[in-house]
Design a protein around this ligand. Structure first.
Ligand SMILES: [Mn+2]
Length: 315
């Protein structure tokens, strides 16, 4: 369905339960909060299924919309979820019962009865914004979480998925208040101390090859403990080494157990990341791929460098 058809569909229904995905990010949570606020403004009853994995970064934006125990719903809507496999545990009972999926993933697999999917959009928030306009609803309460959705899914408008439409939607949302200053500070200008310690430990143990063009970083379980870091502090750490000037190929290795290591590879045009990771039993995209190997961390360092060398030789 188009955004207009989706809005008309929503207006014919009531008592909405909105679902977000596993390891929830700003897009899924912001879309849920924004859509929930807009439906309530339109006179509907709506609530978001509490997501047990919500982090402190996003909790304030979405927790006012959590469904209470025993909330009665008739219409189930998922936002930013490509497949029922990404439902949190408490959403599993709804896997076969989703009435509408609103999503922007090309991999959306059709699990819902109806869908509004646009894979050209950087953030699902852009789509929910269009639906809210069609509902005739936009105010600061709706705009704030949608700004969170759009800004976080584009890394504050710098990831390669960012489009002119992303900026147009963000600009329109910014017209509804100066909330974006606090959002930008919280989401893009704040790092936890354990995260900084992790980056420092990662840098201290980083190995460089080819005059600094290749960086290999290892993150051990012991480093996590030393830094006092949790999962949230380690998020997207695979992007860290690639930020160093001159680095074209970066591998970030994470110790899962003394005999198992997860490899994340980021490359530029000089090396195909998928082909390299395929040698290690993994896969992914041309510039970002991964593999999990049954090797201790230190041996995995050698294995990934060997794989890089082999693909370089093959050209
Ligand atoms: Mn998204």
């Amino acid at each position: 369905m188009t955004a207009a058809e989706t809005a008309a569909w929503l207006l014919r229904r009531d008592n909405f339960l909105i679902l977000t995905h596993l390891r929830p990010d700003g897009d899924t949570l912001g879309c849920a909060a924004g859509l929930c606020a807009a439906l309530r403004r339109a006179g509907k009853t709506a609530a978001v299924l509490p997501n047990p994995e919500v982090t402190s970064t996003y909790a304030d934006y979405v927790s006012p919309y959590w469904a209470s125990d025993g909330y009665h719903h008739e219409t189930v809507v998922s936002v930013d979820i490509a497949t029922a496999g990404l439902f949190p545990n408490n959403a599993r009972p709804y896997a076969e019962a989703v009435d509408l999926a609103i999503d922007h993933h090309p991999s959306y697999d059709g699990f819902a009865a109806e869908c509004c999917v646009d894979p050209t959009l950087a953030a699902c928030g852009e789509l929910v914004y269009a639906i809210c306009l069609e509902l005739g609803q936009m105010d600061p309460e709706i705009a704030l979480p949608l700004y969170v959705a759009v800004s976080t899914d584009t890394g504050c408008f710098v990831y390669s998925n960012t489009t002119p439409n992303t900026h147009r939607v963000a600009a329109a949302l910014m017209e509804h208040g100066d909330f974006y200053r606090k959002v930008n500070k919280r989401c893009f200008r704040t790092v936890s101390l354990p995260r900084l310690k992790l980056e420092s430990l990662l840098l201290a143990g980083m190995e460089f090859h080819d005059g600094g063009a290749i960086a290999i970083a290892g993150l051990s379980l012991d480093m996590m403990t030393q830094a006092g870091a949790g999962e949230a502090d380690a998020e997207d750490l695979a992007a860290f080494a690639g930020q160093i000037q001159g680095v074209r190929i970066s591998a970030t290795l994470r110790e899962l157990s003394p005999t198992r290591t997860k490899i994340s590879l980021r490359t530029d045009d000089s090396l195909n990341a998928t082909r390299t990771c395929a040698l290690l039993g993994g896969g992914g995209h041309a510039a970002a791929a991964g593999a999990t190997v049954d090797l201790p961390l230190e041996q995995a360092r050698h294995a990934v460098l060997d794989a890089i060398r082999q693909i370089q030789r093959e050209g």
